[in-house]
Write a protein that binds this ligand. Structure first.
Ligand SMILES: [Zn+2]
Length: 339
């Protein structure tokens, strides 16, 4: 008997589903959906080194696996990228209130760090594939999106329009609800089509071939999904009438694409990947996760799976030491600031 998976973005989020979110004013200092992540961040903000250690243990392995995949042949040390990422998190703790998934946020920081590191090593160009920011429209989109803009300083960020934060929250909420519904209905055909459209940026013709449906079906699934999302947006309590959220089809697709990618909207939870790895999922779910990994080729989940299936210490002890040494100053400062 297999098990039903859950989704990374819909667990532990009693405060985030549509209609309940945002206005209750409960102690929700952050939008982080995962309880354990909230706890860690709360304590890291107080400069607690144990909480930082736990964060490194929790995320270090998957970040390293992602960096290792991205940096093959580059001469850049994946552990350096992980260290930069964790420091980047400490430097951008102010931004985290607007983040929904700590994992997705860390992956976005890592992506940007890898781009920066590759830029600083011109000899590395052309030898390997690194995600060069803005090299194609698709890549610019995949790079990230508010609130995931770890390169920005808090003051730059503060100048940005608050409306963007609200817009993101609305879109995340409705996408969560929409995808959750498709999962509950086990509507894997639409899930596959939409993943390829919005997460993979595939062309209709190729999607039709891979999913085994006609092109008009793709067009229909896309149109009805966008329509439904627009309806859900209109119902959202945070919607301001002045917001032109999903006004044109181009706008819709682009926004949904960036939200989807930077928040890992359709990525399975880590323990679902664990069950997949053990062959313990129901057949239809197993097929879908396999599709997510092998057809969509989700880098984030492939990194998670590599980490899950690897054994031993996820980050070599020396690299761990370096990470902690580089963080000591930040943590002390946080500690004294919070006292
Ligand atoms: Zn994924």
């Amino acid at each position: 008997m297999g098990t039903q998976p859950e989704n990374e973005s819909v667990n532990d989020n009693s405060g985030s589903s549509q209609g309940k979110s945002g206005s209750e004013g409960e102690a929700s200092k952050t939008n982080l959906q995962n309880e354990a992540d909230r706890f860690l961040i709360e304590n890291i903000r107080k400069g607690d080194p144990d909480a930082f250690t736990q964060l490194v243990d929790r995320y270090g392995g998957r970040l390293r696996a992602y960096a290792a995949r991205r940096l093959i042949g580059s001469g850049i040390d994946p552990e350096d990228a992980v260290q930069e990422t964790l420091l980047g998190l400490l430097q951008s703790l102010d931004l985290i209130d607007r983040v929904r998934s700590l994992q997705a946020y860390l992956f976005q920081i890592l992506r940007n760090k890898i781009v920066d590191m590759a830029r600083k090593r011109p000899e590395a160009h052309g030898m390997h594939q690194v995600p060069l920011a803005g090299s194609t429209p698709e890549e610019s989109e995949r790079r990230g999106y508010e609130p995931v803009s770890p390169g920005a300083t808090p003051s730059q960020y503060a100048r940005r329009d608050e409306a963007i934060t609200v817009r993101n929250k609305i879109l995340c909420d409705v996408l969560d609800e929409f995808l959750d519904e498709l999962r509950r209905e086990k509507n894997f055909r639409d899930l596959m089509v939409l993943e390829l459209l919005f997460f993979g940026s595939w062309k209709n013709r190729e999607i039709a071939k891979v999913v085994g449906v006609s092109e008009p079906t793709i067009t229909r699934v896309k149109a009805s999904s966008l329509e439904k999302l627009a309806r859900m947006v209109r119902r959202h309590e945070l919607l301001n009438p002045a917001m032109n959220l999903l006004d044109t089809e181009d706008n819709q697709s682009q926004l949904i694409r960036s939200i989807w990618t930077s928040n890992m909207m359709s990525c399975p939870k880590r323990n679902t990947l664990g069950s997949y790895s053990l062959g313990a999922l129901d057949d239809d779910w197993e097929r879908f996760i396999k599709f997510h990994l092998e057809v969509v080729k989700c880098d984030f989940c492939l990194a998670n799976l590599a980490d899950i299936e690897g054994d031993g210490d996820p980050i070599p002890p020396q690299a761990r030491e370096r990470i902690f040494a580089s963080s000591v100053g930040f943590l002390r400062k946080l500690q004294s600031d919070s006292q």
